[in-house]
Design a protein around this ligand. Structure first.
Ligand code: F6P
Length: 370
């Protein structure tokens, strides 16, 4: 992180959105563009993640017209890529092995060819690592933390999280009524990868009976006990919220089996189906499961996410103007500040198991599977 570069030399900046999309991306693009135009800078949108650095035709000019009326829209007008590692190309060898080639020099050449003086990189942990990598190669870069998973360090919250929790909470609310009518158990699988933020918050807001988090390995018996105890109290239905990354004590996370691109992330998923079968067999209760999936990422951002995204986009431009680089904008209540990309990418931010939100869930009698 440093203030070693003269802000006066900025004439054009690039904006890139990478990784899985999240509601609020367009609001960041709008705010960063307007704040940059306000300073007399030009703005180039890099399309499909970092693709525009490798093929400079994959870019668009961002002017006032291009960002008009987009703050409330989901997705990203720039497109995104979440599979594979964009700065690495794999070559198959005759013996079946694979050789990796580093494409950083190509990316830097693209950056220069586009006439960029700085980059705003919007993304999650993978994108922040790439931004950090570029900053170590002399690119003036400021990151903006995006992910519905809320698992990025250095910031209290990422944009997209609030919308995902709202969507998931509505789903839990809706399952409640049908579960009660039919006296069933429902298991709902929520996203979040190896962090349980969405499951914890939506489970708490939606009044779940059981919440399973990656941070607290569960015992199946503890789930069955909770359902039986509710049954004994005349509560003939139960709602189990399971984070996709939850796993049993001594067991593994459930994964979607697939070939996948080289370097691609492991796809988590399948825990709800597994628990549905186990719960029905062991409690005798009719059980159904639901995977909420990408609905948590699609559609318009909540007002809270819109405001956060607009603040982030404008703050990223202010950071560039102040000569900062190798940093990420971050929420440090009540303000948005910057933290170093090195810190932001140093570790995953998980739910603190002895934090007040988990303790409150326990105080409410919610079973956390342990
Ligand atoms: O990181 C965001 C996220 O939505 C995770 O919660 C989820 O595990 C993953 O992305 C899904 O990725 P994809 O869209 O590639 O299936």
């Amino acid at each position: 992180m440093g203030r070693d570069q003269s802000p006066a030399s900025i004439r054009r900046i690039g904006i890139t959105t990478g990784g899985g999309d999240a509601p609020g991306l367009n609001a960041v693009i709008r705010a960063a563009t307007l704040a940059a135009l306000h300073r007399g800078w030009e703005v180039t949108g890099i399309l499909r993640g970092y693709a525009g650095l490798f093929d400079t035709s994959q870019t668009m000019s961002l002017d006032r017209q291009a960002v008009r009326g987009i703050a409330h829209l989901g997705g990203t007008i720039l497109g995104s890529q979440s599979r594979g590692r964009p700065f690495t190309v794999y070559e198959e060898r005759a013996d079946g092995g694979r050789v990796e080639h580093d494409r950083t020099p190509e990316a830097l050449a693209g950056y220069r060819a586009l006439g960029l003086d700085a980059l705003i990189a919007v993304g999650g942990d993978g994108s922040m690592q790439l931004a950090h990598h570029l900053s170590q190669h002399g690119v003036r870069v400021v990151g903006v933390p995006k992910t519905i998973d809320n698992d990025l360090s250095g910031t209290v919250v990422t944009f997209g999280f609030d919308t995902a929790v709202s969507v998931a909470t509505e789903a839990v609310d809706r399952l409640h009524t049908t579960a009660a009518s039919h006296e069933r158990v429902f298991v709902i699988e929520l996203m979040g990868r190896y962090a349980g933020w969405i499951a914890l918050h939506a489970g708490l807001a939606g009044g779940a009976d059981v919440i399973l988090l990656p941070e607290i390995p569960y015992r199946e018996e503890s789930i069955y006990e909770k359902i039986r105890e509710r049954e004994a109290r005349g509560r003939h239905f139960s709602i189990v919220v399971a984070a996709e990354g939850a796993r049993p004590v001594g067991g593994e996370v459930t994964r979607v089996e697939e070939g996948g691109a080289p370097g691609a992330n492991v796809r988590l998923g399948g825990i709800a189906k597994r628990l549905e079968r186990q719960i029905q067999e062991n409690t005798g209760k009719e059980t159904r499961s639901l995977v909420l999936g990408h609905l948590q990422r699609g559609g318009w951002p909540t007002a809270r996410d819109r405001v956060l995204s607009l603040r982030f986009g404008a703050a990223a431009v202010r950071a560039l103007e102040a000569g900062e680089s190798g940093v990420m904008v971050a929420v440090d209540p009540p303000d948005v500040r910057t933290v170093s990309l090195a810190e932001a990418t140093s570790r995953m931010k998980c739910v603190p198991v002895d934090g007040d939100t988990v303790r409150s869930a326990r105080d409410l009698g919610i079973c956390l599977g342990d």
